[in-house]
Ligand binder design. Structure first.
Ligand SMILES: [Zn+2]
Length: 1002
């Protein structure tokens, strides 16, 4: 229960409404009184509400104030597509039409000035807004100004927290909040974050929300055991410390658990979608129910208040797609408020009012008791029975970054050029939609998932035009650029048919990268030349396969890529040479008498000749050897059992038995060794294979797995894992990233903030892995990086596993009503795990930089050659860097994007945590000079903003909470010197830069 506070602290509150909770104690019970020992330190002058809270309703200090929050929860795609939800199409699937909800709510708000409403999903709101007349827009502006329509969260969507990458979260929040800032200014800025439906919560999300400037955060779903523990400890509302690196209170966030998820209390749902009886006031009517209803409401309110510390409680009055006929809700709420408050004349201490989450938060200020708290993890999964599902939907690609960066580097010439009009906005919007908690998480219906893919593809089209314009401008040469969208599955018509072509490779990182280019080609011998016309080593890998379509020959060469720039290589087939005569021959054998190895100067991997499985990894530099046995297994998906009817499905991972079954105990193997690559090809079954690969200079082992279509003819749903077993003594601990940023320690069968009753030994230990998972014995560390979000765990000491694919026959009964049973292309998945073995001390330097490169991989653009001069009038430029000097390794260029005419958005991030790297000192603060950093533009003015760029940093302020770890320390005085931008470990700094683009010179 924490410690007790001094009374003087309580009295320090300047809130005009906070006369004191004490007269209210007869309702709450005296046992709660001494607990109110924390307070909100107001930034405004005494008696004045802080900015954004001026329009909040008046409350009764001596009563239990029940804040009714009318709201709708509008999924940006779930059972229906985004457009079907917006327009109200296919109401036979689900009755839902967002356009009608907003129409109806605005009318209802205008009818009665005390009514309030919050809206959340800006993907929908912005679309509705653009379809309104000027007169309606003016009316809505007025409602926003008066606080009667308030925005909460304000992201383009309400993003998932488990499967999302932090960069994509920041981007989608920026997009939504920018619309609000541009449309409503300060009046429309959300003060609270609102994640009522995501299926569990991540610490990084709390950290990001704090850095975005939110005063508080409310969520609905959490583990039932966690919720019970919080209720018992009166910790439903507390301050969440979101970062172990950032100096408090930078990542501290007031966090409240809503009492009923996001639904109204039972029997009090007055939507067209509900069946609860309306308020009947006519005493002559046989349906008269006022007394019963008022008594019931008072009981519900009093019961709820027992689990909260102040004389304010909140009730969410709404749910999925409600308020299509807002009159029903508001008419009954009007009556409820009037009737319940009328009881005050008879001694009732309950005061009901229309409110909003922000106003509720404000009223907590005087009395609230948030507990300084540092959970390493909040609920891994919210729904019922098990731990988190795996996350089969891929992580955002690098495409958005590449498109945004080139638009910023080239300026308006990227938008309008020889290839037409190109823009980044459609892709940015599609990517934002993809972060919705039913999209990237994999809990939408199949036709909705297909529509998400359609949106991505549609967004990429204008980006290809933009990239062509930009590359032509930067190269000074027009080419017929080709973007091989299926390069990941070795399909590229140009390289497979042309005898000569150009390969331009763009590197979105702020540092130089060497990257192995791998292109499908026709058979023959090719000469590859670098940007200076020098021949570089290249290799052909030819697979002895009858199916040339599935396994075309591949041309390999190592490309050297400048920071934030490109290199152009030329490839030409050599006609006079006999095909294959000079091509390096792969070594292909099917049986082995001794352990088989692949190695380069850094790593050696050894394979068991009997089983064909990986058996040892050696880090030659550190003289480390670790037996590592890697293989694929599958869990038999539960279809319900004696303990529970819960089946495994889109939301729930619930294996039927704890022990997974091997896909195969051995693998058929082949060895491919050329000068540029060494590969072991493993075939485990007709539907499961893997290539383990090493390139020269590479410090990690690459495992490229292909799984699917998973056979389910035996009527067993299967959840396939890749499992790594080692003798490391890991003491039940393993480590996973949080949204790709900070690392969290996980302990088997343990939760840091409550005593766990483990009912699901496998699923209950699964956690989201966005970019990496590792195990260590304190000396040696085995890290596996993923190329997409997956579920992962360490169920035995020394082992770790990642779920790579699932195919299920039953729906899990949580809403989607479809089994996870994709057919066609989607039934087959190819992905990569990058494995690093290092000392625990040196490991972070390896996995941080490699993960950065994996998330922002280079973009390959091909051209047939034979283009024409464009703007330079000289020979085409074959190499380019957008930076005058590369960034230090600890600095990640998180965002470089267009923000408006001659304005760019720039985010720089320190990508190491405090104390994470001692060897190369990469955790040390780093200082940059931004003045001359970029080569294509000059920064004429630099302004620093919050993380989402909707407030200037110097003007931004958040409500400050005093916690049981002491008051928030004063921040150091703020100064901005573009020549001296210092980044502390894990710090992200966001800038709006006014720029002037330079003439591109030859
Ligand atoms: Zn939802």
């Amino acid at each position: 229960m924490g410690t007790y506070a001094r009374a003087s602290e309580v009295c320090a509150c300047d809130c005009p409404d906070a006369a004191g909770p004490w007269t209210f104690s007869r309702v709450l019970g005296p046992q709660f009184l001494p607990l109110c020992f924390f307070l909100l330190l107001w930034l405004a002058a005494p008696g004045v509400r802080a900015g954004g809270y001026e329009t909040c309703p008046t409350v009764r200090p001596n009563m239990l104030n029940v804040h009714l929050v009318p709201h709708t929860h509008d999924d940006v795609g779930w059972l229906k597509t985004v457009d079907q939800y917006f327009y109200g199409i296919k109401n036979d699937i689900q009755h839902a039409g967002v356009q009608y909800i907003l129409d109806s709510v605005i009318s209802a708000l205008l009818e009665e000035p005390t009514r309030r409403f919050i809206y959340v999903e800006i993907a929908f709101f912005s679309r509705w807004w653009h379809q309104q007349t000027n007169a309606t827009q003016e009316v809505v502006r007025d409602l926003v100004r008066q606080g009667r329509l308030e925005f909460a969260n304000g992201g383009w969507v309400m993003n998932d927290e488990a499967a999302t990458h932090y960069g994509a979260i920041v981007d989608q929040m920026t997009l939504g909040l920018r619309f609000l800032e541009d449309t409503f200014g300060n009046d429309g800025r959300p003060r609270v974050a609102w994640h009522i439906d995501p299926f569990g919560h991540s610490r990084e999300q709390a950290s990001l929300f704090a850095q975005m400037g939110f005063d508080g955060f409310f969520f609905g779903r959490l583990d039932y055991q966690d919720k019970w523990a919080r209720m018992q400890k009166l910790e439903m509302e507390q301050v969440w410390r979101g970062s172990a690196s950032l100096k408090p209170p930078t990542a501290d966030l007031f966090t409240g658990v809503l009492p009923n998820g996001y639904n109204p209390p039972r029997n009090l749902c007055w939507d067209v979608l509900c069946v609860d009886p309306p308020v009947v006031e006519d005493p002559q009517s046989p349906e008269y129910n006022v007394k019963e209803l008022v008594d019931y409401f008072l009981n519900v309110a009093t019961a709820q208040s027992r689990y909260y510390l102040t004389n304010h409680i909140v009730m969410t009055m709404g749910s999925d797609f409600q308020y299509e006929n807002a009159n029903m809700w508001f008419k009954n709420l009007d009556k409820l408020i009037r009737l319940v408050n009328a009881q005050q004349a008879k001694g009732s201490s309950v005061h009901v009012l229309y409110s909003t989450p922000a106003c509720y938060l404000w009223d907590l200020g005087g009395l609230a008791c948030p507990v300084g708290h540092d959970p390493a993890l909040n609920a891994p999964a919210a729904v019922g029975h098990s731990g988190p599902a795996t996350f089969p939907v891929g992580q955002p690609s690098n495409a958005t970054s590449v498109c945004n960066q080139l638009e910023a580097l080239v300026g308006p010439a990227a938008n309008v050029g020889p290839y037409g009009s190109g823009e980044s906005a459609p892709l940015n919007e599609a990517m934002a939609v993809l972060q919705h908690h039913d999209a990237v998480s994999g809990t939408s219906r199949q036709h909705v998932a297909d529509d998400y893919a359609r949106q991505l593809a549609a967004g990429w089209g204008p980006c290809e035009v933009l990239l062509s314009n930009a590359l032509a401008r930067l190269r000074g040469f027009k080419e017929h650029f080709t973007f091989c969208r299926q390069l990941n599955i070795s399909i590229c018509p140009l390289s497979q048919t042309a005898a000569r072509f150009l390969v331009t490779i763009y590197n979105p990182l702020g540092r130089k990268v060497n990257w192995m280019v791998r292109l499908p080609v026709s058979e023959g011998v090719f000469v590859v030349k670098d940007p200076n016309g020098r021949t570089v080593p290249s290799d052909m890998v030819i697979f002895p396969s009858s199916d040339r379509q599935a396994h075309p020959p591949e041309l390999l060469f190592s490309a050297s890529l400048p920071a934030l720039g490109f290199s152009t290589y030329s490839v030409a087939q050599v006609p006079s040479w006999k095909p294959r005569a000079r091509a390096p021959r792969p070594i292909l054998r099917r049986s082995w008498s001794h352990p088989l190895t692949i190695e380069n100067e850094h790593i050696q991997a050894t394979f068991d000749p009997d089983t064909g499985l990986l058996m040892e990894i050696m880090n030659k530099n550190q003289q480390l050897r670790l037996p590592v046995r890697q293989a694929f297994f599958w869990y038999n998906a539960s279809i319900g059992d004696n303990e529970s009817v819960q089946a495994s499905g889109a939301y729930i991972f619930r294996p039927n038995q704890q022990e997974p079954l091997p896909v195969s105990r051995w693998a058929q193997i082949r060895l491919v060794k050329t000068a540029l690559v060494q590969e072991v090809h493993q075939k485990f079954s007709a539907w499961c294979s893997q290539v383990i690969r090493l390139y020269p200079g590479q410090q990690h082992l690459e495992l490229e797995w292909s799984v699917g279509p998973i056979p389910v003819g035996d009527t067993w749903g299967k959840e396939v894992i890749s499992c790594f077993d080692t003798p490391l003594e890991t003491k039940g601990r393993f480590y996973t990233d949080s949204n790709g940023r900070e690392i969290l320690e996980r302990r088997r069968d343990y939760r840091p903030t409550w005593k766990l009753n483990q009912t699901e030994p496998t699923a209950g230990n699964y956690y989201p892995v966005n970019t990496r998972i590792y195990i260590t014995d304190g000396n040696m560390q085995l890290t596996v990086l993923t190329d997409r979000s997956q579920g992962g765990s360490s169920l035995r000491d020394g082992s770790l596993e990642l779920m790579v694919h699932r195919r299920l026959l039953k729906d899990d009964g949580r809403g989607v009503s479809e089994p996870l049973m994709e057919n066609g292309l989607g039934s087959w998945v190819r992905g990569r795990h990058l494995v690093l073995l290092d000392t625990a001390q040196a490991a972070a330097a390896g996995h941080r930089l490699l993960a950065e490169q994996e998330v922002l991989a280079p973009q390959v653009v091909l051209a047939a050659g034979g283009g024409a001069p464009y703007n330079l009038g000289a020979a085409p430029r074959t190499q380019f860097s957008g930076l005058r000097s590369e960034l230090p390794p600890s600095v990640h260029l998180l965002t470089l994007a267009s923000w408006g005419p001659e304005m760019l958005l720039l985010r720089l991030e320190h990508q190491f945590a405090v104390g994470e790297d001692s060897g190369r000192n990469l955790s040390a603060p780093v200082t940059l000079n931004l003045r001359d950093l970029f080569s294509t533009f000059t920064i004429t003015r630099l302004q620093e903003t919050t993380l989402v760029a909707n407030q200037l940093r110097e003007a931004a302020s958040r409500l400050k909470w005093t916690t049981n770890t002491g008051p928030a320390p004063n921040q150091t005085p703020y100064q901005l010197d573009p020549a001296n931008i210092t980044l502390q470990p894990m710090e992200i700094r966001t800038f709006l830069a006014s720029v002037q683009w330079k003439e591109v010179d030859g």
